[in-house]
Design a protein around this ligand. Sequence first.
Ligand code: NAP
Ligand code: GLV
Length: 309
Amino acid sequence: MAILIHCPWPNATVWLDRLRAALPDAEIRVWPELGAPGDIDFAMVWKLPPGVLSTLPNLKGVCSLGAGVDHFLADPDLPPALPVARLVDPLMADRMAEYVSGHVLRYHLRSDDYAAQQRHGVWERLPQKDAPARTVGILGLGHLGTVCARQVSGLGFRTCGWSRSAKQVAGVETFHGTDGLASMLRRTEILVCLLPLTAATHGILNAGTFGQLPQGAALINVARGDHLVDADLLAALASGQLRGATLDVFRDEPLPAAHGFWRHEKILVTPHVSSLSEPATAAVILAEQYHRCRRGAPMRDLVDLSAGY
Ligand code: NAP
Ligand code: GLV
């Protein structure tokens, strides 16, 4: 039997070296060199072309090379009973928390306002708040959102988090459901999106959501580009409802050269780097998932295909 790998990233050779080292006895096939489809019993992939998984008759399980699994769920031919696992790596949560904390502090310290003043040679002290008087709201209290919430709370900010089910996180005021979202948005001055992309969360960063935030709030989207309604963000920035947005993810990636976000003075664009998967740590986690599957044990961090994450 053999493992199918698809890693479309520039560091694909590092991934292959790490996976081969973690699975020295396994036969590894790299897409599109599939060989006989019946040989493949496991897959470790990111954005495999749709339809491929359904052609593998002996496939027992599949793991994502990243935290998100929307790339699997976008495949209309995904076998409905196939066990699908997310990548849950503590290092990715630490990386995400560093990115989120850094940009929360950037808005809190008004770094962009001072950079703008510097461009015009302006020496002026702007009104400033202390962290305990500033509320950060995090959409999604999963593996990444919870670590981010704890770190932001540890920096002294009033921290809120929203999830589908009720949750308790020390130092974080938690909300859930539709009413919970409205309550959290009312007080949130810096909104962070860390939701999975599902039918229920698609387009959630829209005019209605922005309108419930206090005027002059900031947005940090590190989840998926399809969470955001681009035109609604531009309108909210133009009206002053939002003072700025930090965007790491986009509907089309790379962000097309003609897209208005590139040159918008209130938007910071980063190229989907807030929490890169790390081959050194991921290979160990993926090898363990493969061994569990081979011995008939359920994989960890299984996706609920009906919920979409
Ligand atoms: P996760 O562990 O699956 O957590 C998802 C969280 O979202 C959970 O708290 C879940 O609520 C909540 N949620 C889901 N649907 C909801 C809904 N309809 N209403 C309210 N809350 C909802 O996911 P994760 O590992 O933290 O990752 C989150 C996302 O980050 C990924 O799916 C991916 O898109 C993105 N990501 C981006 C990067 C990057 O580099 N930009 C890197 C990694 C991940 P429950 O707790 O109640 O289930
Ligand atoms: C990156 O976006 C991931 O989902 O890991």
